[in-house]
Ligand binder design. Sequence first.
Ligand SMILES: Nc1ncnc2c1ncn2[C@@H]1O[C@H](COP(=O)(O)OP(=O)(O)O)[C@@H](O)[C@H]1O
Ligand SMILES: [Mg+2]
Length: 145
Amino acid sequence: MRQEKINEMSMKLPSRSVNEGMARAAVAAFCSQLDPDASEVADIKCAVSEAVTNCIVHGYKNEIGIIYITVSLYADRTIKIEIRDRGRGIEDVKKAREPLYTTDAENERSGMGFTVMESFCDKVRVVSQCGKGTKVVLCKRLRKR
Ligand SMILES: Nc1ncnc2c1ncn2[C@@H]1O[C@H](COP(=O)(O)OP(=O)(O)O)[C@@H](O)[C@H]1O
Ligand SMILES: [Mg+2]
């Protein structure tokens, strides 16, 4: 049975680097109603930061576009965070998700963004189409309190 959704919030932001911290803080603030512990908050912030940074530096490379974020909270303490851009898209998602893979080594990117998201969340889904954009869905189930 699908879990009951108890709350939801959406926001959209221009892909300016100053907005990365805003997105991270806003998502964490919204999730705080589920009373996550400090390490869970840190995990969520880190994963969101990686996904939003990717929209800014890869999806909307050399342009400013809109980043769409939706956060859903479920009764079983699952948090679902969707982060979407309408940017360049990813040619090969499987390859992009490999540790250390980056198309931007000249800017000293580590290629560890997706690996970080995977290690801090329970599930990471990536849907992307070249020229159309990318959607990353992060799911994390908080521990019982
Ligand atoms: N939103 C996105 N739009 C376009 N390409 C992306 C996006 N997110 C990730 N990518 C591609 O996936 C690669 C791997 O991403 P990531 O693991 O975060 O490493 P890094 O950002 O350090 O390159 C990026 O180098 C880029 O080619
Ligand atoms: Mg990255």
